[in-house]
Design a protein around this ligand. Structure first.
Ligand SMILES: [Zn+2]
Length: 116
């Protein structure tokens, strides 16, 4: 997923709890930079709801790398999580323990140099 700095600024800050129509509630979302491991600041994003899944895309800013880091994933009604990676969807988890944890930690993969 590629987003520009302008698109990022225009996205809303995420507010919690985030109730997905696929039947899952996220109480907190933590993004970690895949480059340096720092926690991302100012997570912003949007959710699109489809019949069989919730499509969540979000981005955060890594202060040490001065980089915008993005993530997009889908949560299906059957419990699957998939993450977009280089334009393909890959299954993250298919098991039920994900439904018990509410705090999600994502290593965000898409890295976009920050241009202001
Ligand atoms: Zn970083």
């Amino acid at each position: 997923m590629i987003i520009t700095a302008k698109q990022y600024v225009e996205m809303s800050p995420l507010s919690f709890p985030l109730k997905l129509k696929s039947g899952y509630t996220i109480t907190e979302l933590v993004g970690e930079c895949s480059g340096c491991g720092a926690l991302l600041r100012d997570l912003r994003g949007e959710v699109k709801e489809y019949e069989n899944c919730s499509d969540l895309r979000f981005a955060g800013f890594c202060q040490p790398c001065k980089t915008l880091v993005t993530c997009r994933f889908r949560r299906y009604r059957d419990g699957r999580f998939e993450e977009e990676h280089d334009g393909h969807w890959r299954i993250l988890v298919k098991v039920t323990w994900w439904t018990r944890i509410e705090k999600l930690l994502f290593k965000l993969m898409g890295r976009i140099p920050w241009k202001s």
